[in-house]
Design a protein around this ligand. Structure first.
Ligand SMILES: [Zn+2]
Length: 278
């Protein structure tokens, strides 16, 4: 599943491509056809992400709310008919496109989302109200979230994936952050010292924007340093990530040598080291 940094990067691409322009909306596959016809020709105002949820704001306080789920894809690219002066309606199409957006310069094709719905601004705000703190939106961990984590008996590994508490963190960041801070994923959240919760949060605030910029989940100090140096040189910063535990089950932990294990937690595979995450 795309993690929050992917959706934030997508929102940035959508905004750069469509904000401030009239957009032809359609639903070649048909399941969004009614809403697309309502929106067709309207001006897109902005796009934003909250956790793994995406909102495309359209004039008239209307919002296209999208969640990609496990298999959704939203491709945005320049099309080759930029010289016509208006949005072309005959661009080639492949696969099952739920929603297509086209303006003079760009085309966006949304395929296979678990959510693609037209809602009013208030409904979108209700969705947002149910989402937790997003490291990519705020600098400080809200006290309310801290309090809820401090009361929870659930495993910290499950709490980190609870989108109503912390929005946007997925499987890779969960595994690597817990390893970085030597936290046993099974520890009840309320037994994790507040200082440590803050440290994990601060790491997410620091690391996830690098994920947005590079399209890579970079967590090790070496990877982060190399990516930042490449970015400073005007590059993409796309270094090949090296993980300590993620998908490294059966291999030795780079910190303590114990064998990394895999198990299911909160519906997803969890990777961790029983040697040093205690
Ligand atoms: Zn270890």
């Amino acid at each position: 599943m795309p993690e929050g940094h992917t959706i934030h990067a997508l929102a940035g691409r959508l905004e750069a491509a469509f904000a401030g322009t009239p957009v032809r909306f359609s639903s070649p596959q048909g399941r969004f056809a009614e809403s697309a016809s309502v929106l067709d020709g309207a001006r897109v105002e902005s796009a934003e992400a909250h956790g793994k949820h995406l909102a495309i704001h359209v004039e008239g306080e209307r919002v296209v709310h999208v969640h990609l789920g496990l298999f959704g894809r939203f491709g945005v690219r320049r099309h080759r008919r930029v010289d016509r002066g208006e949005a072309p309606t005959d661009l080639p199409l492949t696969g099952q496109v739920r929603m297509r957006m086209v303006n003079r310069t760009h085309v966006g094709d949304l395929r296979g989302p678990i959510v693609c719905e037209l809602v009013g601004l208030e409904e979108w705000q209700e969705v947002e109200a149910g989402l937790g703190a997003d490291p990519l939106r705020g600098e400080r961990l809200p006290q309310e979230v801290l309090d809820r984590i401090g009361r929870s008996r659930r495993a910290i590994g499950a709490v980190l994936m609870d989108q109503s508490l912390v929005a946007g963190v997925g499987n890779v960041y969960r595994a690597e952050l817990l390893h970085r801070h030597e936290i046993d994923p099974h520890t009840p959240a309320r037994d994790v010292p507040t200082r440590l919760v803050h440290e994990v949060w601060d790491d997410l605030v620091r690391l996830m924007p690098l994920g947005v910029r590079t399209g890579r989940i970079l967590v090790s100090d070496g990877d982060v340093g190399r990516a930042e140096a490449l970015l400073a040189d005007g590059g993409t910063g796309r270094v090949r990530p090296r993980y300590a535990v993620y998908r490294r089950h059966g291999k030795p932990c780079p910190r303590c040598g114990e064998t990394v294990v895999k198990e299911a937690m909160a519906g997803r595979n969890l990777f961790w080291c029983p040697g040093c995450q205690v």
